[in-house]
Design a protein around this ligand. Structure first.
Ligand code: ZN
Length: 218
């Protein structure tokens, strides 16, 4: 099950728990702020959180990662391009919004990697590299549950911002059209800053762009 947790710091962001209901184990996705609240929720529900997954290295998606990691003794996972963001307060944007934030010692992931629960290999996510919003953007797709955490790559009725360091609008559109909208229509998309949506719903917005990409031979 997915438990969305809106957290508020400099602005609002959607943090998510993904919990395997049979085992009570799961992952924490994009802990942006309010680490105390996230830790209270974990204790109250008796969940075992095995890993922290980051969709990209912007500060509003990882500001509470170190606090939760240290409290639980668990690893932080992110795409192999993440150091450019996590170790640079200008690229992760934290320097412009108050306190510079760094996250180090991250376990890196590549496109196509699988992230599974320790004792439940069927409860797993596939890493889909979707550059465009940032060079380290990934989506985490769980085929078993028919859901995908998309970070800031695609929202309900919108796509990510391409004006930050490493941003590239054409790459983002290509990522969305070739890696996300090719998932089954019923796949539920959970983003960093909107309500949930589905692949089928978002395809309505991408007809012309998808056609343009195909016509361009991309
Ligand atoms: Zn972002």
């Amino acid at each position: 099950m997915v438990v969305p947790v809106p957290v508020k710091g400099y602005f609002e962001e959607n943090t998510y728990f993904w919990i395997d209901e049979d085992s009570g184990s799961g992952f924490l996705i994009d802990p942006g702020w309010e680490g105390d609240k996230l830790l209270r929720m974990i204790r109250y529900n008796g969940w075992t959180i095995e890993k922290i997954l980051l969709t990209h290295g912007h500060f509003d998606h990882m500001g509470a990662a170190d606090q939760v990691r240290e409290a639980l003794g668990i690893p932080v996972l992110a795409h192999e391009n993440c150091a450019a963001y996590l170790e640079n307060p200008k690229w992760n944007l934290s320097v412009f919004c108050g306190t510079p934030i760094l996250v180090k010692d991250v376990t890196t992931l590549e496109d196509g990697d699988t992230v599974a629960l320790d004792d439940r290999p069927d409860a797993s996510f596939r890493v889909i590299h979707t550059p465009g919003h940032t060079t380290d953007s990934v989506c985490y797709y769980c085929e078993r549950d028919g859901l995908c955490f998309t970070g800031d790559t695609i929202f309900r009725g919108a796509i990510g911002n391409d004006r930050f360091p490493g941003g590239d609008r054409n790459r983002m559109i290509r990522s969305i059209c070739t890696r996300i909208l090719t998932l089954p229509d019923e796949t539920v998309l959970w983003s960093g800053h909107s309500e949930e949506t589905t692949v089928g719903e978002e395809k309505r917005f991408f007809g012309p762009w998808g056609g343009w990409l195909r016509a361009d031979g991309d």
